[in-house]
Design a binder for this molecule. Structure first.
Ligand code: UDP
Length: 406
């Protein structure tokens, strides 16, 4: 296939991410599959990304995730600076056939505003669509910009203007879906795990309360705001409480974390993360929001661990109640579902992941959407001058040195 895609992963974390990073994990899963299908991938990311690609563009040397802690007037320039680099590259590169964008809000707004100067765009909506009503209620990408959701339930809640731009949803995939069968089996323990950012929507407070009441061991893994380790959070002192997730942690979760029955182990990565999930009796999703895509849900299935949770957002779409997990609308019932999850068959979970959430399936679906977006009227690009550089460009297949300065 002769297709060059600029994959815009954004400035926040390297690809693959060192630990936490839902969007970056999805991009790291998608890119190798696309390249296997013959797609040329130019990755717009940060300089420290190690994912093998055909070419890399970066404005920042390293992930800017920590700066998300700063107030808006100090942080908003980060995504803008990254997008300015992407826009410059697109203006100067007629060889790019399509942009697949993953940058929240500013990616969509900037690429929609580029008009004829940009190739066709597919923007993936990874987040809760209630977050940007001012943008999504007014968006006009003409015939050149389309969006896809990460679940049907997410798109069902999209504002009308955004819905007019949609080409459907693509469920997330995980690399674990392909490797699960080859993994050495991990013995299933008694613990239950909640893997993810510690934030009100993910409901760690509810999970911790239920664990204390019902008496099962619960491990919370993931960052609190920008803090990946309990010691880091403790060292940050009072100032850290400016972050709403840090306040949530101290006020609503920490009172139930006794270090014995309920533990917070910080961010986990690589095989430690996989073993933690694969060895759990269940992954718990005590959702207090409409979870849009659920990377960690799909990962749990791939690792053969049933899912227990509140049946909202994408959960009922991903989990078959009674086979791959147990869902309820009633918080009081969660405690009863945890022991019952031990009776579910992990092999069914792995099978489901390999049939529905495999990387090759996700890539095939994206290639279909790329073709659909490229066939839209109004996607022909005027001839552009040859690329003159300006942002860091790395042409190495596996991430060599940066060839041009910023
Ligand atoms: N994650 C991780 N280590 C952690 C917590 C999370 O590797 O300690 C990963 C997790 O495996 C998943 C991603 O971060 O791939 C979280 O993605 P999800 O969509 O579940 O959450 P969100 O993007 O909403 O934060």
């Amino acid at each position: 296939m002769s297709l060059t895609v600029l994959m815009n992963a954004g400035p926040w974390l390297p690809v693959p991410p060192p630990g936490y990073g839902g969007i970056e994990n999805v991009v790291a899963t998608l890119v190798p599959e696309l390249r296997r299908l013959g797609v040329r991938v130019v990755l717009a990311t940060v300089g420290s990304s190690a994912l093998p690609v055909d070419e890399r563009l970066s404005v920042f040397d390293d992930g800017q995730f920590q700066s998300l802690q700063r107030p808006y007037n100090q942080v908003s320039g980060v995504a803008q600076a990254h997008m300015a680099g992407v826009v410059r590259a697109l203006r100067e590169r007629p060889d790019i056939d399509l942009v697949h964008d993953h940058v929240e809000a500013v990616g969509l707004a900037t690429l929609a505003a580029m008009g004829e100067g940009a190739p066709p765009v597919l923007h993936t909506l990874h987040w809760d669509l209630g977050k940007h009503p001012d943008l999504y209620g007014r968006i006009d990408g003409g015939d050149r910009v389309r969006v896809n959701g990460v679940s049907a339930s997410q798109l069902a809640r999209a504002p009308r203007a955004l819905r007019e731009h949609t080409v459907g949803h693509v469920h997330l995939a995980t690399p674990l879906a392909d490797t699960a069968r080859r993994r050495a089996p991990v013995e299933r323990g008694e613990h239950v795990v909640i893997l993810g950012r510690i934030t009100p929507g993910k409901g760690q407070d509810l999970g911790a309360r239920v664990a204390q009441r019902a008496g099962f061991p619960l491990v919370l893994a993931g960052p609190v705001g920008p803090y990946h380790r309990p010691e880091e959070l403790a060292a940050a002192g009072e100032a850290a409480r400016q972050n709403p997730d840090v306040r949530y942690w101290y006020e609503r979760v920490a009172p139930y974390v006794d270090g014995v029955r309920v533990r917070w182990i910080g961010t986990v990565a690589g095989s430690a993360r996989d073993d933690l999930v694969a060895g759990a009796r269940a992954s718990l999703f005590p959702l207090c929001w409409e979870e849009p895509g659920g990377t960690a849900v799909v990962e749990s299935l791939a690792l053969g661990t049933p899912v227990v949770g509140i049946g909202r957002g994408c959960l009922p779409e991903l989990i078959e109640h009674g086979r791959t997990g147990l869902l309820t609308d009633d918080e009081a019932e969660l405690a009863d579902l945890v022991p019952a999850a031990g009776l579910l068959d992990g092999a069914e979970c792995r099978l489901e992941a390999s049939l529905r959430f495999a990387p090759a399936i996700m890539a095939q679906r994206y290639v279909e959407l790329y073709e659909r977006v490229r066939r839209l009227p109004g996607t022909a690009r005027p001839a552009e001058p040859a690329f003159a550089g300006g942002i860091a460009v790395d042409g190495g297949a596996a991430g060599g040195p940066v060839a041009e300065g910023r």
